[in-house]
Design a protein around this ligand. Structure first.
Ligand code: UDX
Length: 432
């Protein structure tokens, strides 16, 4: 099939590349000419393991095209995916849909034969109805069907999540559109995935509900970790014991510093907003958001108490700053408030992250990027393990720090408290 992906961010680019790898002809469209030019040179603007190789292969085999010419891409395609950003509006919880509606208004002028318009961007319930309204003339002429097809891609695992999804959700009442999309996804569905056809609004809500539930699991285990610290229980035992119950499941039960990223914070807030718009108070999601937000302050208190409230001139190494491993994404990463706070308290912070230096810390006078784990940790009073990159999983801290009296704050429970005790290292972690 011939597809047009509008927006070449994490969703549009990964989906477009993977669709082309299934044998489809894919036009990836973006207004950002520089981005299109670098993509045409095979340069990938996002950090996604494995993406560059698949992109180059399909671009070379002329199945994958990058263009800023929306008209040409739309006219050459059967299915048009809207993959533009839906960020949280400033000083509000609601999703900003201006990019989505801009695309809908542009499409109005470009469609003269039947096309399926698919929203892959995460959009609030009823957005498909609004897009349909903008394209009402085309709808009346039966030239379009507007479908919701949310993605469930995790950053750093996006190719695997696309190729082996737990489910493909298609929200449409159109039998014709459903049949076409089912055949598009057939190569993936055969790989033991489940293809679910729901109403359009149902598909829109499933996305928010899924992300908010995952965020709920994480906040739940993070709060249990607080209780474990008071009761001398190991949170890893609790996660394991809970997770073996098939109804709960063991994934997304790892206690940590607080969830971050471009989705959980945005989608939980947007779901609360959708609830308000439909006069439904989503108290659980609200408590998840406030629990996660207050966790960042709680972590600062932990750092302060580990250093006996003496932060000035303390040398602090931070290993990993991204919101999760295998990405360079810093959006809502819990490292940002922590490092900003320590900077204000005049600690001396050196950080290392395998994905490189971060703009977020560039102008902080007490913060410097170290090019290696060794240089970051040398002579540190405290080493904070913030992100669980594989690079940090087998470190010899005594050799790295090269001083007798130092502490470790392992925010991802990578190491064993018992082993640290045997090594005579002052070790702190989460929920243990
Ligand atoms: C998430 C959803 O998983 C994905 O399905 C959706 O399409 C996009 O949003 P992503 O934000 O890329 O994916 O990362 P994810 O792996 O879900 O982690 C989100 C945050 O939760 C990270 O900060 C991570 O560190 C944290 N997390 C995750 C935990 O603290 N504990 C866990 O057990 C799992």
């Amino acid at each position: 099939m011939k597809l047009c992906m509008i927006g070449t961010g994490y969703v549009g680019l990964v989906s477009g590349v993977c669709f082309s790898d299934l044998g489809n002809i894919v036009y990836c469209v973006d207004k950002d000419i520089n981005k299109i030019n670098s993509l045409n040179k095979g340069l990938v603007p996002i950090y996604e393991p494995g993406l560059e190789e698949i992109l180059k292969k399909n671009h070379k085999q002329k199945r994958l095209f990058f263009t800023s010419n929306l008209k040409k891409a739309v006219q050459n395609s059967d299915i048009i995916f809207i993959c533009v950003g839906t960020p949280t509006k400033k000083n509000s919880n609601s999703a900003d849909l201006k990019y989505v509606f801009n695309v809908a208004n542009e499409l109005k002028k470009l469609i003269s034969k039947y096309k399926i318009i698919v929203t892959k961007s995460t959009v609030p319930v009823t957005t498909g109805d609004k897009i349909e309204k903008i394209l009402n003339n085309l709808r009346k002429k039966k030239l379009i069907d507007v479908v919701s097809n949310p993605e469930f891609l995790r950053e750093g695992e996006a190719i695997r999540d696309f190729t082996y999804p737990d489910r493909v959700i298609i929200g449409t009442e159109s039998k014709k559109a459903n049949k076409i999309l089912k055949s598009l996804y057939m190569p993936i569905i055969k790989k033991s995935s489940r293809y679910i056809n729901t109403s359009r609004r149902g598909a829109e809500l499933i996305k928010y509900a899924s992300n908010s539930f995952l965020a709920t699991k994480i906040s739940f285990i993070n709060e249990l970790a607080n209780l474990c610290e008071k009761t001398g229980v190991d949170i890893k035992d609790v996660s394991l014991g809970m997770g073996l119950d098939q109804r709960i499941g063991g994934r997304f039960l790892r206690a940590g510093p607080a969830y971050g990223g471009s989705c959980f914070p945005k989608d939980t807030r947007a779901l609360i907003d959708i609830g308000n718009k439909f006069k439904t108070d989503l108290t659980i999601v609200k408590s998840v958001v406030s629990s996660n937000d207050s966790r960042k302050t709680l972590l600062l208190e932990r750092v302060k108490s580990i250093l006996n409230n003496k932060l000035k001139n303390k040398k602090i190494a931070v290993l990993g700053v991204t919101f999760k491993p295998n990405t360079d994404d810093m959006r809502e990463a819990s490292s940002v408030p922590i490092i900003n706070y320590l900077n204000k308290k005049n600690s001396k912070i050196s950080y290392y992250d395998p994905s490189g230096e971060k703009i977020e810390f560039k102008n902080l006078k007490n913060v410097k990027f170290s090019k290696s784990i060794t240089s970051a940790c040398f002579n540190a009073d405290l080493v904070i393990l913030h992100t669980e990159w594989n690079d940090f999983k087998l470190l010899n801290f005594k050799k790295l720090v090269k001083k007798t009296n130092f502490k470790i704050f392992d925010m991802r429970n990578i190491y064993s408290p018992l082993k640290m005790k045997k090594l005579n290292i002052k070790y702190f972690s989460i929920g243990r």
